[in-house]
Design a protein around this ligand. Structure first.
Ligand SMILES: NC(=O)C1=CN([C@@H]2O[C@H](COP(=O)(O)OP(=O)(O)OC[C@H]3O[C@@H](n4cnc5c(N)ncnc54)[C@H](OP(=O)(O)O)[C@@H]3O)[C@@H](O)[C@H]2O)C=CC1
Ligand SMILES: Nc1nc(=O)c2c([nH]1)NC[C@@H]1CN(c3ccc(C(=O)N[C@@H](CCC(=O)O)C(=O)O)cc3)C=[N+]21
Length: 296
């Protein structure tokens, strides 16, 4: 079997077009411009790539984009003061603090100081709790992007066996919640999982979010399964820098029914969902009907 390649880049383009439509409506009918603030502390290379393309796309869909780049040694009180200022700024509807933060900063404290209504990453403890109990929340962008691609490909996910490899707060756990919400039978695997190969072989849907280049080989994949590769790993091969995922693309594509590539899969959807969440937050903040099809 030769897999369908799920084109995340193209799908993200259609999501951004929808977002742009809502942005122009908000501007014309209500005189409101959705605003997104991104806070970057220090110079994590992965985060820099993300911030760059995010800023460009925010402006492309007609939103206001604000970037705060802080020194790597910024004291916690200063970061918290900036977040407080953004929480109280009526022109800012979404706040994203790039992770990971430098070691001297308490990540939980920082994230939980963001106004949950402006927490477009969906990492605040209130949003995590709302998602876990099936209530309306801000949904983390990467898992939301994965869910949109899965729904688009399969229609209903009800009753499917899903395995999520990775249990981080930003990808693995919220991904599992969303799949459960769509009535999958969900297994969360991690570094202590016994016989990962066996666990993955049972799955109709495999979401790999590990951070280990090409660790999932094709012979773990059930014939016809859908493979969503969240991994973003920079490696050197044949003297060249290359971006690869957490699955071995060629051997997995040979067995899967559908698979997302890296680059051009989950990454662009993450950014599109960030913009979607900002429009959703803006509508909610202004008591307006929120866009359909842009949330979980
Ligand atoms: N495309 C996108 O938009 C995004 C991509 N990413 C990428 O996704 C990947 C994962 O990110 P993130 O969740 O933040 O990573 P974390 O490092 O926070 O989590 C990795 C998870 O993988 C598990 N793990 C590690 N080694 C193994 C192993 N040998 N077998 C099984 N499980 C293992 C860990 O288990 P344990 O808990 O036991 O340690 C952990 O739960 C990275 O490549 C990252 O760059 C991240 C965010 C967005
Ligand atoms: N608070 C916070 N929220 C995040 O969502 C968050 C974060 N911190 N820290 C870093 C990770 C990583 N991340 C990516 C998003 C898009 C691409 C992306 O668009 N990738 C392109 C390739 C880009 C390239 O060429 O390097 C692709 O896969 O096609 C990558 C990585 C979001 N993260």
């Amino acid at each position: 079997m030769s897999a369908t390649i799920i084109d995340g880049k193209a799908f993200a383009g259609t999501v951004r077009e929808k977002v742009a439509g809502h942005v122009s409506r908000l501007k014309e009918e209500h005189g409101i411009t959705p605003g997104l603030a991104v806070v970057l502390v220090g110079e994590d290379p992965a985060s820099q790539v993300y911030v760059r393309s995010k800023g460009k796309m925010t402006v492309e869909v007609g939103m206001k984009s604000v970037e705060h780049k802080l020194d790597v040694e910024t004291p916690e009180a200063e970061l918290l003061a900036l977040i407080d200022q953004l929480n109280n700024d009526p022109e800012i509807h979404g706040i994203l603090v790039q992770l990971p933060l430098p070691k001297h900063l308490n990540e939980d404290l920082v994230i939980n100081s963001i106004d949950p209504a402006k927490d477009v990453d969906g990492f605040h403890i209130s949003n995590v709790g709302l998602l876990g109990t099936g209530q309306k929340s801000m949904v983390p962008c990467t898992p939301l992007g994965c869910l949109m691609m899965l729904r688009d490909h399969h229609g209903s996910l009800s009753g499917m066996d899903a395995v999520v490899i990775g249990r981080s707060n930003i990808v693995g756990k919220p991904m599992a919640q969303l799949l459960l919400g769509d009535s999958c039978t969900v297994t969360i695997a991690h570094s202590r999982t016994k016989d990962l190969a066996d666990v993955v072989r049972r799955a109709d849907i495999v979401v790999a979010a590990v951070g280990r280049p090409e660790m999932v080989p094709g012979d773990w994949i059930k014939e016809g399964a859908t493979v969503i590769d969240v991994g973003i790993n920079r490696i050197e091969r044949d003297g060249k820098n290359k971006l690869v995922g957490d699955v071995d693309f060629d051997s997995c594509a040979a067995r899967a029914g559908a698979i997302t590539p890296v680059p051009g899969g989950v990454g662009p959807m993450t950014i599109a969902c960030l913009l979607a969440n900002t429009v959703t937050a803006c509508c909610r903040a202004n008591g307006l009907a929120e866009p359909e099809g842009l949330t979980a």
